[in-house]
Design a protein around this ligand. Structure first.
Ligand code: DGL
Length: 267
């Protein structure tokens, strides 16, 4: 059986596009609806109440677009909103935390794992808890990095300023002797070059997007939701703020022009 309905993805801005690109690569037959809540970016400094409210409005919008499955393309919402809203919608959902943690534990050589993420994600303790649940022996080190999302949204990845910011945030993690670092925010893979340069080749970088997309694919297969044989896939983009800024930053990082990006006002 084949289900041509789209997969929904959402984030505060362009970060979730690092998850979309894994969906395009691993599930090329699937259509998507992407929502970038760029009127409210950054999510990092916001309270759990605000984040849960945004997630609810976005999920209601995605459901109105007929999505069959939702990937939380945002670690902050995966940490804070997903456990609360999962029960409120009939559509199945997945977040980035558990797949990211499983991948980090799989690649870690010495069990010294760092997590870098937004203030809200770190404060929620979601990654720290999930890692310890999987293996209580792990040494876990976490670091909030509030300057990075605004830098990415402003299209300033690849600058000296970005490298200095990343280097400053990873210094304590490096000192702690981590062997693996989870990029616990979907904006950070756009700064991969900076992370590599600041950490050196011996530290493994884990972007949870790939493991999450594979887990989503497995679950969709189980639920009979895949679009087999699939295609032609259609990808639609919506934002709550400025569509031009979103398109421009996306073009800069992805090296390609997105199709039409439409602004929608959510309740
Ligand atoms: N990209 C999101 C995340 O993975 C949100 C970042 C933000 O807006 O602060 O957490």
């Amino acid at each position: 059986m084949s289900d041509p309905r789209p997969i929904g993805l959402f984030d505060s801005g362009v970060g979730g596009l690092t998850v979309s690109r894994q969906v395009f690569r691993l599930m090329p037959g699937e259509s998507t609806v992407y929502f970038g809540d760029n009127a409210h970016v950054p999510y990092g400094p916001r309270s759990p109440e605000e984040l849960i409210g945004f997630a609810g409005s976005i999920l209601t919008f995605l459901v109105s677009c007929g999505v069959k499955y939702v990937i939380f393309a945002c670690n902050t919402n995966s940490s804070i909103s997903l456990p609360v809203v999962r029960e409120l919608y009939a559509v199945p959902m997945i977040g980035l935390i558990e797949p990211g943690v499983r991948e980090a534990v799989r690649v870690s050589t010495g069990g010294r794992i760092g997590v870098i993420a937004t203030e809200a994600t770190i404060k929620s303790g979601a990654y720290q808890r999930a890692l310890k649940e999987l293996n209580p022996e792990l040494a876990v080190f976490s670091q909030a990095a509030p300057r990075l999302v605004p830098l990415v949204e402003a299209g300033r990845a690849g600058t000296r300023e970005a490298l200095e910011a990343v280097a400053g945030y990873v210094r304590p993690l490096k000192k702690a002797g981590i062997d693996t670092l989870i990029l616990g925010c979907t904006h950070y893979p756009f700064l991969e070059t900076e992370f590599r340069e600041a950490l050196g080749p011996e530290v493994k970088l884990v972007d949870p997007a790939e493991a999450t997309t594979m887990a989503a694919r497995d679950e969709m297969l189980r639920l009979g939701l895949l679009n087999n044989p699939g295609g032609p896939a259609r990808h639609r983009y919506f934002v709550s703020g400025d569509p031009r800024a979103f398109k421009e930053t996306a073009r800069l990082f992805l090296g390609e022009e997105l199709p039409e990006v439409r602004q929608v006002k959510l309740d």
